[in-house]
Every structure is written in structure tokens, then in C-alpha cells.
Ligand binder design. Structure first.
Ligand code: SAM
Length: 402
């Protein structure tokens, strides 16, 4: 049966690129608008309030807000919280005019502006050639002077687009590679300005259509949901990290350093340790001292962990702990989600399986077991798509009812 499951790239972040605000900035692990629309259309009821505990770029919230469904969402990453709130905001009528005026002013003055300090990105010369770097630092200095909150936020989104457009990085698959040599670089302020104004036009085009319902995205750890939300939601639609060692910090570093959300590599490691499945810097070494907190994991997961641990690889022991910690965190999250949901409400998780040294970790089965252990009923899963060239990797829609 699995052989007939396709990659369905329309169910990934790729589908969002041309969909208005959804396409502002790319995050590889974002799911697609279509996935959220499909879940909503198959609920069999119109949700009163949706909870998304892992909001990332805010796909769930923006889809819900456009369909007049209020939502509340959390994410551990403050940059993503800022971005998702920007995407779901209702903009004042004259904001587009003010945005163009401000962008014109900045582009006319940019040659005379004093650059801000360069961000403390490791090996920054690999990311940007010196002219592009200097141009970005001057644009940033000007953008940070903007006093109107909404205009300043939109200029920062445009600035993020420039940061990537002017970088040497190519984002293929999950890794980042760098092209180009300093000698081939003949970049001018005029080229930078025409990109800046083009992005300004693109972003302005996406804010004419306004969301209808409210979306509130907060910076919070969803392993433990707050007591104030007990019984508040009838639906969860969310996509947690997968147990596959992909670090969000890795992809978001350029934005987070330029926008002052990160100042040192240590901060990145600390944030990734709080992230479920985080694996950047210190997050991996911290694993050796980690201890299990719940008794909610199924027995067969410990047998899988033992097999991973006995693989012939120097990191095998750590990877085995990585998998157990991932599901222990998810179990705590699901236990507190049970309290947040009203009787009769439903939960919907999009998550992928993984494989360590040939040992498949069946995320969909483990999620169903944990959902049942914390009290949910009718836990089931549907295979949504094949993930990449590894034959064993799929993405699932796992759901249950309270
Ligand atoms: C797969 S992404 C979500 C993508 C999102 N559905 C979208 O379309 O952009 C998972 C998100 O979970 C967040 N996350 C990881 N651990 C978390 C935690 N303990 N509490 C809250 N959010 C967390 C990550 O920062 C990341 O943004």
C-alpha cells in the first residue's frame, strides 16, 4: 500500500510560496495551506476556537483567520512568534501608502547612511559578500529608525527577504550551501534598491486582503500548556517537530541574528534545547544527563531505543536518548493538551516518522499510543505523503477525540 503514496509536494511549504502572506518567508518544516484546509473540511463541524501548540510560521492561524475561525497558538521560537503575528495582523487602511513612502525615503538615502554593526553570524563572509553586507547594514540602520509599528514590522519582513536574496546561501533540502567568490561580486546600491522596492511591492500586495478572525500567537513552551486554557478549545491543528534532528535554528539563523533575536551561538543552543527534538550545539551534549519524566511511552519504543543504542556508531547511545526524550516531551505535551480540550473536541497532528541506523521510529503508532494513554479516544492515522528519497520516511495525519 505504501508504494502508492506520493511525495505530494502541494502538502509542503512549497505550495505556500505564491499564497499571499503565507509566502512571506520560507520555513522548510512548514506545512501547506492545503493540509490545514483539508483537516478543517473533514472535521464534520465548524470549529469555535483552534489551538496550535507548534505554530512555526503561523500557517494554521492564517488559514483559520481567513475562514473566520479564531485561534490561539504557541511557539518556543520568539522570531517565529513575531513573524506569525505579523502575518495574521489586520493592517490599518493607510499603512500601504506609509510603507511605500518610507521605503522610497530609505532607498533614496541609503548611500549616505551609516551602517549598523554586522550581526555576529559565524563566518559571516561566507553568507554575504562585503558589498551586500554593507548595503544590508545600511538598510537595517534606516529600517530600525521607522517609528510607525506596523510600517516598521513590514519593513523588517522586506529586510528579511533582502537578507536571503543577497546571500550566497542556497537552501537545498535541509542543508545550507554557499556559492560565489568575492572576485565575481559587482553589486551596486541601485541593484539592492530595486530588489528592496520590488519586495516592498510584493508584501504590500499581500496585505490588502485582511484576515477576518483573531489569531493570538504567544511565545511559550508547549510541553506544559497554561492552566488558564483548560477546556477552552474544541480543536487542535498542529505540526510538532519530527524526531529527525532537524534544527529550526539552523535555517532561521540569518533572520534571527539580523533581527536581534539571537546574539551568540550559546543562545541558539539554549533555545534549541527547549525545542522538542532540538539538536543544535549544547542541545546534543545535554542529552547525556537527561532523565525520563513520564511513564507514558509504549514498551516497544524502549526496544527500538535499545536497537538504536547498540548500532555501531559513536553517537548511537546519544541518538537512542534523543528518540526517548523526543517522545517523553511529546507525551507531556499531549497530557496537557488533553486538559485544554473540551469534551467531544478533536486533535490533529501532522508528523513524520524517522529512521536511525536502519531502525524505523514509527511516530504515527507511538503518537496514537500516547494519545490513548493520556485519555483520548479513537486515535487513528492516515499517511499523507512520502517525505524524500529514503523509502521508509512518510508524513502522517494523526487524530483523536476527547
Ligand atoms: C514543524 S514546525 C511547525 C510548522 C508550522 N505548522 C508552519 O506551518 O509553519 C514545529 C514548530 O514547533 C516549535 N516548537 C518546538 N518545540 C516547542 C516547544 N517546546 N514549545 C512550543 N513550540 C515548540 C518549533 O519552534 C517549530 O516552529
Amino acid at each position: 500500500m505504501m508504494a502508492s503514496i506520493k511525495r505530494n509536494s502541494h502538502l509542503t511549504f512549497k505550495h505556500n510560496k505564491s499564497l499571499g502572506r503565507h509566502g512571506w518567508l520560507r520555513l522548510t518544516p512548514a506545512y501547506s495551506v492545503k493540509m490545514v484546509e483539508r483537516i478543517i473540511s473533514e472535521l464534520g463541524y465548524f470549529p469555535e476556537c483552534v489551538l496550535d501548540s507548534f505554530s512555526g510560521t503561523g500557517t494554521t492561524e492564517l488559514v483559520c483567520a481567513n475562514k473566520n475561525i479564531p485561534s490561539v497558538a504557541y511557539d518556543i521560537n520568539p522570531f517565529l512568534v513575531w513573524l506569525a503575528n505579523m502575518k495574521c495582523a489586520i493592517y490599518e487602511p493607510n499603512v500601504i501608502k506609509q510603507l511605500f513612502e518610507s521605503a522610497e525615503r530609505i532607498s533614496e538615502a541609503v548611500s549616505d547612511i551609516c551602517p549598523c554593526d554586522y550581526p555576529p553570524v559565524y563566518n559571516i563572509g561566507r553568507w554575504w559578500h562585503s558589498r551586500q553586507l554593507n548595503y544590508l547594514a545600511r538598510i537595517k540602520a534606516a529600517v530600525w529608525e521607522e517609528k510607525n509599528n506596523q510600517v516598521s514590522g513590514l519593513l523588517k519582513i522586506i529586510f528579511c527577504r533582502l537578507v536571503i536574496a543577497l546571500s550566497n546561501a542556497t537552501f537545498n533540502h535541509i542543508s545550507t550551501s554557499f556559492n560565489g567568490s568575492e572576485d565575481s561580486c559587482d553589486f551596486t546600491d541601485e541593484e539592492g534598491n530595486s530588489m528592496f522596492l520590488l519586495f516592498c511591492q510584493m508584501i504590500a500586495d499581500t496585505i490588502t486582503e485582511q484576515p477576518i478572525a483573531s489569531a493570538l500567537i504567544e511565545n511559550r513552551d508547549s510541553i506544559y500548556l497554561p492552566d488558564e486554557i483548560i477546556g477552552q478549545f474544541d480543536t487542535v491543528i498542529t505540526s510538532p517537530p519530527y524526531p529527525n534532528r532537524i534544527s529550526y535554528i539552523r535555517e532561521l539563523r540569518p533572520y534571527m541574528y539580523w533581527l536581534d533575536f539571537l546574539h551568540t551561538p550559546d543562545e541558539a543552543g539554549i533555545l534549541d534545547w527547549k525545542t522538542i527534538g532540538g539538536t543544535w550545539g549544547k542541545a546534543t551534549s545535554n542529552l547525556s544527563a537527561w532523565k525520563m519524566k513520564t511513564d507514558l511511552l509504549p514498551d516497544y519504543l524502549f526496544r527500538i531505543a535499545e536497537r538504536i543504542s547498540s548500532a555501531e556508531n559513536k553517537s548511537a547511545g546519544l541518538m537512542s536518548k534523543y528518540v526517548l526524550k523526543y517522545f517523553d516531551d511529546i507525551a507531556m505535551h499531549m497530557r496537557s493538551t488533553y486538559a485544554a480540550i473540551r469534551d467531544g473536541g478533536t486533535v490533529h497532528y501532522i508528523a513524520g516518522n524517522s529512521s536511525f541506523y536502519g531502525n524505523v521510529v514509527p511516530t504515527e503508532k507511538i503518537y496514537k499510543n500516547i494519545l490513548s494513554s493520556v485519555g483520548f479516544q479513537d486515535a487513528k492515522s492516515v499517511t499523507v505523503r512520502k517525505r524524500n528519497c529514503n523509502k521508509a520516511l512518510y508524513e502522517y495525519w494523526i487524530s483523536a477525540r476527547k
